[in-house]
Design a protein around this ligand. Structure first.
Ligand code: ZN
Length: 132
């Protein structure tokens, strides 16, 4: 699976991962080989997008051309299927966030961001919100 395919699915709110036929690990975002065992026997699998927050950071300085997005919260989420992915967190103001965030259940949504001078066109990015 190419990154382009992954991004195309993401735009439709589908999170795709690669399940390793050798060791069973789930890899996301897509990789050429399994990150656990370096196997190449990988099969596309759809993931739930649900998981819990492992760590986070608040970013006050956005990339050039994205100044209007700051401040924003980036979370590392451990998906129920195992892998960790990174995404923006909505649902809470960046100045209200504290260590209580660790362990909170979240669910993935998607936002399509317009292209900028560093990207080849618009791109979908995971956007997490609290699980109801
Ligand atoms: Zn593997």
């Amino acid at each position: 699976m190419s990154f382009k395919e992954f991004n195309k699915a993401l735009k439709k709110n589908k999170l795709l991962g690669l399940k390793c036929g050798d060791c069973g690990a789930i890899n996301v975002p897509p990789k050429m080989v399994c990150s656990e065992c370096t196997g190449t026997n990988l099969e596309i699998t759809e993931l739930s997008g649900k998981g819990s927050v492992k760590t986070f950071t608040t970013n006050y300085v956005a990339a050039e051309g994205r100044e209007c997005e700051a401040p924003y919260i980036i979370v590392m989420v451990e998906l129920d299927e195992g892998p960790w992915i990174m995404g923006n967190l909505i649902d809470i103001a960046p100045n209200k966030v504290d260590m209580d965030l660790i362990g909170k259940r979240v669910v993935m949504g998607v936002k399509v961001f317009p292209g900028d001078k560093y990207s080849a066109g618009d791109m979908a990015r995971p956007l997490f919100s609290f699980e109801a």
